[in-house]
Design a binder for this molecule. Structure first.
Ligand code: NAD
Length: 483
């Protein structure tokens, strides 16, 4: 594809420049395994410069700007992003292998984050607190200062929007380290934000490898808050590094989310969500609803319905805009193929598989969506985050049993419950351990307005929605003795 910008440049202090080493990383298109472009291999020196530029911007006009003015700039960014929706969609589709409709949904979500946070910037308020006679006490919500953002490859636009949007709304400045696997839309986004009037140095973007640029950012003493989205293993490293500097962290990690289907559920309404939440983005979604926990009375019927749906699923190049695109890389494909093989080797029964269309490029990273039935919740297919289009169905008899199975992993990100019984809806809302719970719907990644985050190994802290603004700010209590 043709690029409208130089993909090898990094953004520091409003200047697009080469990274310090001058080295680059090759970007591969996962739909065909072919070379797409080069991006910079940022390192410690680039991160040092980016943090300094972000601090300078914070100490300058941006730090003194009113919330109303900041909100207007974010709203401008949202408006400008609309003009670039097609280009962002094309970039993401080539870079990540997303079917066009998914890439477009992500571009729209990026825009929505800036609309939402543009409108929120001047609505975060403190409190007055009744105290001793002669005192007035109030609280102020203030920015952290320089914030670091380390993001993964699966939803680069959505995650850039949610973390950078929230941080800027509260008056922070940002250093963004996108994934080495997929950083093109983050680079393009920064150019669009610049065009929309974001002052120099407020957003700095340094692509590079995790162990280099990522580690340099998470351990940097000049950072005042880190927002990390990625795997549990790297999340631990980021938390340790931030701990050394006593810096607050938001960790948005993995998941193994259940969708619980009771006998009284509207199965026709549930079906598109049950399958869709497992195969969206080729299953490379932290909140993918991969464990279908189904009550015995509808168990066989539901398997039949899901099988029928799976049989229609088509997998192919992102630009063909089918149900499922390729995985991000050959490495990820090998991992997911390994899980499917492990299921087969363990004697698990495959209920259904989708189909890879004819004439797919040989080097594309394609995997057939696969549904395993009668899986025990302690099997690794039901316990580990596969990050590919693989779902398991687990039977249950009682509500108690369903809760036990749903809560029976290390994770707690998102859950879905399908039932028409109002009392049960409320009981499940309280009993299921997750950061988000959907009843009679399922929103893998959806809704910029909805606070999102995990418990357990899914992480802590909340991004998205208004709630995120508390995490991207610090509370100061002011006690005035006026006699
Ligand atoms: P990853 O942890 O491998 O990488 C995430 C980011 O961390 C990348 O930018 C990477 O370069 C960087 N990184 C790697 N090593 C680092 C280090 N030592 N120090 C600092 N940074 C480092 O994750 P991934 O493979 O890119 O993404 C998939 C994972 O992300 C899955 O586990 C998925 O569930 C999770 N995820 C979570 C959410 C959420 O909101 N909870 C959203 C999307 C993805």
């Amino acid at each position: 594809m043709n690029f409208s910008f130089d993909t090898t440049k990094i953004l520091i202090g409003g200047e697009w420049r080469d990274c310090d080493s001058g080295e680059t990383i090759d970007v591969i298109n996962p739909s065909n395994g072919e070379f797409l472009c080069k991006v910079a291999r940022g390192s410690q020196k680039d991160i040092d410069d980016a943090v300094k530029a972000a601090q300078d911007a914070y100490d300058g006009d941006w730090g003194r700007m009113t919330a109303v003015e900041r909100g207007r700039i974010l709203t401008n960014i949202g408006n400008k992003l609309k003009e670039y929706e097609d280009e962002l969609t094309e970039l993401e589709s080539h870079d990540v292998g997303k079917p066009v409709k998914q890439a477009r949904a992500d571009a729209i979500a990026l825009c929505r984050y800036f609309e939402f946070y543009g409108g929120s910037a001047d609505k975060v308020m403190g409190h007055t607190i009744p105290y001793q006679d002669g005192y007035t006490v109030f609280t102020l919500r203030e920015p952290h200062g320089v914030t670091g953002h380390i993001i993964p490859w699966n939803y680069p636009m959505q995650i850039t929007g949610r973390c950078v949007g929230g941080a800027l709304a509260m008056g922070n400045t940002c250093v963004l380290k996108p994934s080495e696997e997929a950083c093109l839309t983050a680079l393009k986004f920064a150019r669009i934000a610049e065009e929309a009037g974001l002052p120099k140095g407020v957003l700095n973007v340094v692509p590079g490898y995790g162990a280099e640029a990522g580690a340099a950012l998470s351990g940097h003493p000049g950072i005042h808050h880190i927002s990390f989205t990625g795997s549990v293993g790297v999340g631990k490293l980021v938390q340790k590094a931030a701990g050394d500097n006593i810096v607050p962290v938001t960790l948005e990690l993995g998941g193994k989310s259940p969708q619980i289907v009771f006998d009284d559920a509207d199965l026709d309404a549930a079906l598109p969500f049950l399958v869709g939440a497992g195969i969206q983005n080729a299953g490379q979604t932290c909140s993918a609803g991969t464990r279908i926990i189904a009550q015995r009375g509808i168990y066989e019927k539901l398997i039949g319905m899901m099988t029928e749906k799976y049989n229609t699923l088509q997998v192919g190049p992102a630009t063909d805009d089918l149900d499922v695109g390729p995985l991000i890389s050959a490495k990820q494909k090998n991992t997911v193929d390994g899980y499917i093989q492990a299921g087969i080797d363990a004697g698990l029964e495959i209920a259904a598989q989708g189909n890879i269309v004819d004439n797919c490029p040989e080097k594309g990273c394609y995997v057939r969506p696969t549904l395993f039935r009668d899986v025990s919740n302690d099997h690794k297919l039901a316990q580990e985050e596969i990050f590919g289009p693989v779902q398991v169905i687990i039977p249950f008899d009682t509500e108690e049993e369903a809760i036990k199975i749903a809560n029976g992993t290390e994770y707690g990100l998102v859950s879905g419950v399908w039932t028409r019984d109002g009392g049960r809806q409320m009981r499940m809302a309280k009993a299921v351990k997750a950061g988000q719970l959907f009843i009679n719907n399922y929103g893998a990644g959806g809704g910029v307005e909805l606070p999102f985050g995990g418990i357990g190994k899914s992480g802590f802290g909340r991004e998205k929605g208004f709630e995120a603004l508390y995490g991207f700010s610090v509370l100061k209590t002011v006690a005035v003795n006026h006699g």
